[in-house]
Design a protein around this ligand. Structure first.
Ligand SMILES: Nc1ncnc2c1ncn2[C@@H]1O[C@H](COP(=O)(O)OP(=O)(O)OP(=O)(O)O)[C@@H](O)[C@H]1O
Length: 378
């Protein structure tokens, strides 16, 4: 369950990839807030900037990627088990009564960053299950992380913790000495999650963690992730282009398009009343198990070239409801009018000075139907 205590404030983060034929603006002024224990789903088509934004937050980007602006404020707290002592010491926030306050991850020194990773934030990468070391048992891989990042822990305690972590992700203790090739794909993915949990981080980023698995195993792993987040009050940024994954897992959904966050809302509000025509199109492009049957239409066209994003709203060339302002004025992420608490949208359709009549979800649906009919006629 998420608290309303802020853990992370991403403010106006922009990232470019430099290339000989012009900079690719992969993330453009992204801002959002994450609370302790909250699960946010970051969704959007391939190439919309999800991974780049997540790796910018974790300071994992390497050239040609460059974070060109913004702040990522992280709010540390003193861990009761002492597991983040080294991080607080590196921040010089370990004196009795020291004001903890936020730190900007983008400004951490290399030494501070080393203590931040694993202790405070860990990442489960895309196809992480293939990233396990093939010549080392899974138990040893967990114990190695503990040895490097929690040097005060002795060998017996490390072994006990490794067994406990494996148990927690549904792997029996006798698998401690198994090599990755002796485990199924689902078990390998569970093992990578156990490694990410080793130091009780406050925040985990998972980038398409279940893509390579069959749907039954995906489902089991999503359930497990949800339980772990609750049990450890851990926040999670879960990246996917498959919105059906988010239906039962996340508290909030953030949708990206062409490097911009174009809508954020609580999960139910997003599924029931998506406001941005892109969000509607994305949600309508996958089948749902529950709810009324709908005709799936999809979104004609393709995203813009990120070296040369059009003026105005980046979606206007594909939008069935675009009007004049959308071609010239860049919308910003703000509460929609009429407001649904927690819902932010970057679309002129919800700016009363520009559009007196905001479209309903049914009108968004009808506009896509009409668009599909038009493209059939052509
Ligand atoms: N090394 C690179 N050099 C140039 N452009 C890059 C590089 N890596 C990524 N990009 C571009 O940055 C944009 C954002 O990519 P990113 O991988 O963050 O998107 P994504 O939404 O995570 O996509 P996916 O779901 O396919 O992983 C894309 O247009 C991509 O082509």
């Amino acid at each position: 369950m998420s608290s309303r205590e802020v853990l992370l404030e991403v403010k106006d983060v922009s990232v470019d990839y430099s290339a000989s034929n012009g900079a690719v603006h992969a993330v453009d002024h992204a801002s959002f807030t994450l609370h302790r224990g909250e699960i946010i789903g970051l969704a959007g088509e391939s190439g919309s900037g999800k991974s780049t934004l997540a790796y910018a937050i974790a300071r994992l980007l390497r050239p040609p990627a460059m974070t060109t602006g913004g702040e990522v404020l992280y709010y540390p707290r003193v861990q009761q088990d002492g597991s983040n002592k080294a991080f607080l010491r590196a921040l010089k926030k370990d004196k009795a009564g020291a004001e903890l306050g936020p730190v900007d991850i983008l400004e951490l020194t290399p030494a501070q960053l080393r203590t931040f990773r694993w202790n405070e934030l860990s990442i489960v990468f895309q196809s992480a299950m293939n990233a396990l070391n093939p010549v080392m048992t899974v138990g040893k891989q967990i114990m190695d992380v503990l040895e490097v990042h929690q040097p005060s822990m002795g060998p017996d305690a490390r072994k006990k913790r490794a067994i406990e972590l494996l148990r927690r992700v549904g792997i029996a203790a006798d698998r401690l000495n198994s090599y990755p090739h002796e485990l199924s794909g689902g078990m390998r993915q569970r093992a990578t999650i156990a490694i990410a949990l080793a130091l009780n981080p406050e925040l985990i980023i998972m980038d398409e963690p279940t893509t390579a698995l069959d749907v039954v195993v995906q489902r089991e792993i999503l359930d497990m992730i949800s339980e772990l987040c609750q049990e450890f009050n851990m926040a999670l940024i879960f990246i996917t282009h498959d919105l059906s994954m988010l239906l039962e897992l996340v508290d909030r959904i953030a949708i990206m398009y062409a490097g911009r966050l174009i809508e954020m809302a609580d999960r139910d509000a997003m599924f029931e009343h998506p406001r941005h025509p892109y969000s509607y199109g994305l949600l309508n492009s996958f089948p749902r198990l529950h709810g009324p049957r709908r005709r799936m239409v999809g979104i004609p066209g393709s995203p813009p070239d990120l070296r040369n994003v059009p003026a105005g709203c980046p979606f206007h060339e594909r939008c069935p409801l675009a009007f004049e302002a959308c071609h010239t004025v860049r919308p910003s992420l703000q509460p929609a009018v009429p407001e649904i608490p927690g819902q932010l949208v970057s679309c002129h359709l919800y700016t009363p000075t520009l559009t007196p009549d905001m479209p309903s979800t049914a009108e968004l649906a009808a506009s896509y139907e009409a668009l599909a009919e038009r493209s059939k006629v052509r």
